[in-house]
Design a protein around this ligand. Sequence first.
Ligand code: ADP
Ligand code: VHF
Length: 369
Amino acid sequence: MPKTIVVKIGTSSLTQPETGQLALSTIATLAETLCNLRRQGHRVILVSSGAVGVGCARLGLTERPKAIALKQAVAAVGQGRLIRIYDDLFTTLQQAIAQVLLTRSDLVQRSRYLNAYNTFQELLGLGVIPIVNENDTVAIDELKFGDNDTLSALVASLVEADWLFLLTDVDRLYSADPRSVPDARPISLVSSIKELTELQIQTGSQGSQWGTGGMVTKISAARIAIAAGVRTVITQGRFPRNIEKIIQGELIGTHFEPQPEPTSARKRWIAYGLVPAGKLYLDEGAIAAVSLAGKSLLAAGIKLVEGEFDTQDAVQLCDTNGNEIARGLVNYNSNELQKIRGCHSREISTILGYAGAETVIHRDNLVLT
Ligand SMILES: Nc1ncnc2c1ncn2[C@@H]1O[C@H](COP(=O)(O)OP(=O)(O)O)[C@@H](O)[C@H]1O
Ligand SMILES: N[C@@H](CCC(=O)OP(=O)(O)O)C(=O)O
């Protein structure tokens, strides 16, 4: 059965840690592996980091730049080189590739989200391997994926992939960062989001010298992907051939089993495509109604409103400690909600002077995160 497979490779696997130079043998083996998968009839997308790392190596910079403008300039240098190397390798293997550079705003607007979906379908239908990266050169802070782990999970969710491989410089997920905790326990299988939460994995503060997100972004990427029904694997980038072995059933790396009933495509867009514009802090009754009983959110259960937002914007729903439990599209703007929070629905028309929706967020527009 042909599968849709998204592979994400991080800077730490694409470059040599000592010099920052490209790890050519890894990249070549990855190209061969992805071509094998294509020959077996699978649909393949590569999400490749490395624009900043390769740009730095090209310009002789020894550290990842911190200043935004410099980082964006360096990414512009590196992305061109990176794609040229991929094109040389894949062309040698008679495989067409495409460069797809995305920014967060491409997924926020529903029409652009659907457009991205159509483009991926067209490319995959043509047998092309799209090579995706964040459009670092133009991305602005407020509208950024920020890391390619998240980007790859969103792409996997968008195309409803069967597999997401997160290739990195450790062989799997551990109970804590194995660099600083040598006796950290290796984790082979995570069978649900609940189990992932219960494992309470320690991720340290950051990743390797050139990586961006560390393990924390891989875990949140896995959450996004498994909610979309995508089987996710964290494994070592130095051995790309393991991808084929894993698809054939070998338990290499850490596997995250997909949720049996994936969240619908529209709800996934609400939860992860949109950028939340505010926060609603709920009381315990509202948390139970929303998260356990699958009910709509009423004004009565809202304790606090944070941020400025409009009707139909996405907001986060949080407990009193600020932990997010859900996201949804609001039927009232932030000014209105400041006035009606804590009130019974039948009081809304008196307080506002006009009749609005009975719910603040209807359950069709509400998704647990
Ligand atoms: N619980 C953990 N299990 C495994 N690795 C961890 C964990 N916590 C932190 N890490 C670190 O995350 C790093 C990988 O993240 P990162 O450098 O961002 O890689 P990439 O460039 O592949 O995205 C590893 O080198 C490891 O030291
Ligand atoms: N878009 C950036 C990479 C961002 C990123 O997530 O990097 P990494 O942690 O190495 O996967 C780049 O191409 O350099």
